[in-house]
Design a protein around this ligand. Structure first.
Ligand code: GUN
Length: 294
């Protein structure tokens, strides 16, 4: 058996088409142009390309976007002042501070400074709290994108044994919370594995759905999973450089072997990545609607 490939590229394209229409309608009927600012501090290797992709996508959808790049040694107060400036800027509905930040900056302090109404990343404790309670809020983009992928590819999650590998604030923890809720792509039984898990193979082997978000290239191989598993691979690991200078990427899952055993699997690239950016756009449009009472 060879797995169905769950294409994030295709699903993201469909959602972007919907968003493009929504943005055009907001602009033409209501004079509202959703606005997003991305703030990058320093030159963490992957961040520059992520931020560029976010701005490019915003532009393609008719979303006003601004990109601010600050030196790696920018003082924390300067970044906080910039966040505050955008909190007060009516043209901007969404503020994204790209993580990770340089070591001398307190990440939590910066994330807490973002107005929760403009927190399109869904990282502010107000939004995280609402998410855990199942209230309406901005959902963090990667987990939100995974929920959409599961829904739109018809994966049954109700009652499923879902094994999540990796306990980050950005993916693992929110993913676990969302999938146990009474909601679409929810109602699952969750196991969250991490670096201190005693027997990860035991958990992987009985999983109906595996969500891998560890950041270790090809960590999960075919002999660790059961026949018919659905695999969502969040890993984006740079494993080399092509002749044209572009990074060669690999997921956390050994795609070539696991696809022969799985019922469905996301590729890297072209799986979760495009969905993350698309959900950021969705959140920005939602923020613009809310800011204008629409
Ligand atoms: N770094 C890696 N993923 C993300 C994300 O979704 N948002 C932000 N702000 N930084 C990130």
């Amino acid at each position: 058996m060879s797995a169905k490939i769950i294409s994030g590229t295709e699903t993201a394209k469909a959602i972007r088409e919907e968003l493009k229409i929504e943005v055009a309608e907001l602009t033409e009927k209501h004079g509202v142009v959703p606005g997003l600012v991305t703030i990058l501090v320093g030159e963490y290797p992957a961040s520059q390309s992520y931020v560029t992709a976010k701005n490019k996508t915003a532009h393609a959808l008719g979303i006003h976007s601004e990109q601010v790049t600050l030196d790696a040694d920018t003082p924390e107060e300067e970044l906080l002042a910039l966040v505050d400036k955008y909190n007060k800027d009516d043209k901007i509905n969404g503020i994204l501070v790209q993580l990770p930040l340089p070591k001398h900056i307190d990440e939590a302090k910066v994330l807490y400074a973002i107005d929760p109404k403009k927190d399109v990343d869904g990282f502010h404790p107000v939004n995280i709290g609402k998410m855990v309670l199942g209230e309406e809020c901005f959902l963090p983009c990667t987990p939100h994108g995974i929920l959409e992928l599961l829904m739109r590819s018809g994966v049954e999650t109700s009652g499923a044994e879902v094994v999540i590998v990796g306990r980050s604030n950005i993916v693992g923890k929110p993913m676990a919370n969302l999938m146990l809720q009474k909601r679409d792509a929810g109602n699952a039984t969750i196991t969250l594995c991490h670096t201190r898990t005693k027997d990860i193979d035991f958990h992987l082997k009985r999983a109906d759905i595996i969500i891998a978000a560890v950041g270790v290239a090809n960590m999960i191989s075919a002999d660790q999973v059961k026949e018919g598993v659905v695999v969502i691979d969040v890993g984006v690991n740079r494993v080399g450089k092509a002749a044209n200078g572009k990074a060669i990427l690999a997921g956390d899952v050994d795609f070539d072997s696991v696809k022969e055993k799985a019922a469905a699997i996301t590729p890297v690239p072209g799986g979760v990545g495009p969905m993350t950016i698309t959900m950021l756009m969705k959140n920005t449009v939602q923020a613009a609607r809310q800011a204008n009472g629409l």
